[in-house]
Structures are given as C-alpha cells and as structure tokens.
Design a binder for this molecule. Structure first.
Ligand code: NAD
Ligand code: UD1
Length: 333
C-alpha cells in the first residue's frame, strides 16, 4: 500500500511518517519546506533505517503535483500540508485562503483524476467554535469559527462532505486534533517554530532554554480550577498513531466519511503544564500573569469515545511524557 503524505516533513507529518514506516507502509512525502527542512528526512531515516521518497513541491503548483500522481500508483493520501499560525491567518487571510484551500482543491482534483479515493485529513478542534459545553463531541457538529485558519478547516470539512455526497466511493477520515505537544522520544523529531512562538509549549521551551526571560500566562481569572486556561494536550506520537488507526479504518470500510476527535479527554490548565514541566525536567519557568488573549476560550477538551470505540485508539502517553520529550528535543536542537 502506497501512501502520499503531504506536509510530511512538518511536525505531525514527520511523526506520522515514522509510525507508518514502523507498520511497513510505503510512503511518499511531499513538502515545500516553507515550515520545515530537509534535515527531517535524515532524521526519519535515522529512526526507521529507511529513507522515504521525497518530492519538494508546492501543492498549489498543479503541474508539479500531477507529476507525482503520474509517476506513482497511490492508494491513500494523508493531507497535513498547510499554514497553521492562527494569529498570522488573521493578519494575512489571503495568504492562508490561497495556500490552504488551493492546495487542498488541487490535491482532491488529482485524487479524483487518478482514482485515489482514500483520504485522511488534518482538521482541528477549532471547528467546534464555542459550543458552550467544554467537552467537545463529534455529534455537536461544526460551530462559528473565529479566525481564517479555523474557517478554512471548517470549509475543507464541508468540501469533503460535498465530495463524498457526489461520489460515495470516496473513503475519508477527518481527524480533529486538540493540542498536540511533545516530541519523538529519540529527540530527533519535534516542533521548531519560526520567530516568537504563539503556542504554549513552544514558548515554555524557549523560556526553559533561556531564549526568552519569562512566560506570559494569558489570564488567571477564568472560571477554571486555578483560573488559567484549560486545554486537552496530547502527545504528538499518540496523534501520529491515531492516523495509522484511521488508515486501517478507511482500508476496512472502503467508503464513507468518518470524523474523529484526537484528544486525551483530559483538560490540563496552563499552570498544570508549567508545574509538570518544572517537576519532570528540573527547570524553572519564570512567568508573569498578563491579560487574557483575545479569542481564547476558558476551557475545552475532547470526548475521545468515538475514536476509542471505532478506531480502537487510545492515548498512551502522559503529560509527564509530553513535557519530558519536548524538553529532550529542545536540548538536542
Ligand atoms: P507544520 O507546519 O509543522 O507542517 C505542515 C507542513 O506543510 C510543513 O512542513 C510545511 O512546509 C508544509 N506546507 C505548507 N504549505 C504547503 C504547500 N502549499 N505545499 C507543500 N507543503 C506545504 O504543521 P503541523 O503542526 O505538523 O500541522 C499539520 C496539520 O495539522 C496542518 O494542517 C495543521 O493545520 C493541522 N493541525 C495542527 C495542529 C497543531 O497544533 N500542530 C492542531 C490542529 C490541526
Ligand atoms: C491554538 C489555536 C487553535 C489550534 C491550536 C493547535 C488560537 C486562538 N487557537 O489553540 O486554533 O488548533 O492552537 O494547538 O491560537 N497561553 C499562555 N501563554 C502563551 C501561549 C498560550 O498563557 O504564551 C495559554 C492560552 O491562553 C491557552 C493555552 O495556553 O489558554 C493554550 O494556548 P495555545 O498553545 O496557543 O493553544 P490554543 O489557544 O488552545
């Protein structure tokens, strides 16, 4: 079985590639390296002993993309490629709509043309909007999104539903990730954000390594257990393994459209993450309490029951593992 992994050199794509290779799947990676670099390929090889096939192309370039479909007989596509900085998407919406939508439309067009009708798509908990109940269940459906990044994820989910309605030979898994953090235990794969990190764990790591003096905690007056925001942090390797399970599901079913939350089902607060990071790594994280960040919700976490029952997938890693592996990667790099 040959799998095309778009965004395969990125944070979640690289971890998923390793898990797929551990299961002996043959993979072809595609990336334009706008948020990754070719060293990731070497590191995937160090972990798996196999160098995967790689095409450096931009998915908005339909001609280059078609060449891959002509040169290879593909069975499945796992589509990670996309820009993912929420704040930047607010400032540069056209850049985000162009890259993320055109890439996806080109990919779907090529899949249709070359009769590759099995797809796993990276969606996000952000598509729930603000449903009122902090425990997000797939049956809640999509809500009102609050930034271009989230709106595009929601639009792509709609596009996939319309595509399936037009031709029910497609088999599509939509995976809604909560907050992936952590890194590969080898210290060879992880997340290296460009510039000032927006997300919590990358910021904590830069404080831990002395690149930044302190962490800003955005509000401690939320109606949560300690006043700080609560999220469902999930180890990136558990997220990667969720893709292998989703792949098995679509292979077995043959057709259909299936949506799953990938989360732990546990809400940890910002203070929980800071305290755990300090405890397991023996590193101090100085912090200041600042104003709430616009657009943030107080608390949300996944109901992971559907993925457990239908994919036979459950998270294996703890919050301690997430903190230890993140720091191990940061120190190695
Ligand atoms: P990432 O930026 O590390 O990986 C994405 C990869 O896609 C990068 O290597 C980038 O170079 C590549 N890419 C972007 N545009 C491309 C294009 N036009 N052509 C070819 N390659 C292109 O991001 P990630 O954290 O691994 O996220 C993967 C997917 O999961 C994204 O779709 C993201 O929106 C989604 N997601 C991520 C999170 C998260 O917290 N990391 C949460 C929810 C959903
Ligand atoms: C963000 C995105 C979401 C995306 C998710 C992927 C926003 C508004 N939302 O979610 O669309 O799917 O990443 O992981 O960007 N925090 C601090 N200080 C910091 C950074 C964060 O206190 O320097 C707090 C935030 O207020 C929040 C928590 O940490 O309570 C988590 O924040 P973050 O890592 O940015 O993720 P989300 O906002 O949940």
């Amino acid at each position: 079985m040959k799998i095309l992994v778009t965004g395969g050199l990125g944070y979640i794509g690289s971890h998923t590639s390793v898990e797929l290779m551990h299961q002996k799947y043959e993979i072809i990676l595609v990336d334009n390296l706008c948020n990754s670099n070719e060293k990731v390929l070497e590191n995937i090889k160090k972990i798996t002993q196999v160098m995967p096939q790689f095409y450096k192309i931009d998915l908005t370039d339909k001609v280059a993309l078609e060449k891959i479909f002509k040169e290879n007989t593909l069975d499945v596509v796992i589509h990670f490629a996309g820009l993912k900085a929420v704040g930047e998407s607010v400032k540069k919406p056209i850049k985000y709509y162009t890259n993320n939508l055109i890439s996806t439309l080109n990919l779907l067009e090529m899949m249709q043309k070359y009769h590759v009708k099995k797809l796993v798509f990276s969606s996000s908990a952000t598509v729930y909007g603000n449903p009122g109940n902090p425990k997000y269940t797939e049956s809640m459906g999509r809500g009102q999104t609050v930034n271009p990044y989230g709106s595009i994820k929601s639009m792509i989910e709609q596009i996939l539903e319309d595509l399936y309605a037009s031709d029910n030979r497609w088999c599509i898994a939509i995976l809604r990730y909560f907050n992936p953090i952590g890194a590969h235990e080898s210290g060879l794969l992880g997340e290296t954000p460009n510039g000032i990190p927006n997300n919590l764990m990358p910021y904590i790591m830069q404080v831990a390594s002395g690149k930044r003096k302190f962490l800003n905690i955005f509000g401690n007056d939320y109606p949560t257990k300690d006043g700080t925001g609560v999220r469902d942090f999930i180890h990136v390797v558990d997220v990667a393994k969720g893709h292998v399970k989703a792949l098995e599901k679509i292979k077995k079913e043959g057709h259909g459209i299936y949506t799953y939350n990938l989360g732990n089902g546990i809400g940890y607060s910002v203070m929980d993450l800071v305290n755990t990071f300090e405890r397991v790594n023996g590193v101090k994280i100085p912090y200041k309490i600042t104003a709430r960040r616009e657009g943030d919700l107080a608390e949300y976490f996944a109901d992971p029951t559907k993925a457990k029952e239908e994919l036979h997938w459950e998270t294996e890693k703890t919050i301690e593992d997430m903190c230890r592996d993140s720091w191990n990667y940061e120190k190695n790099n």
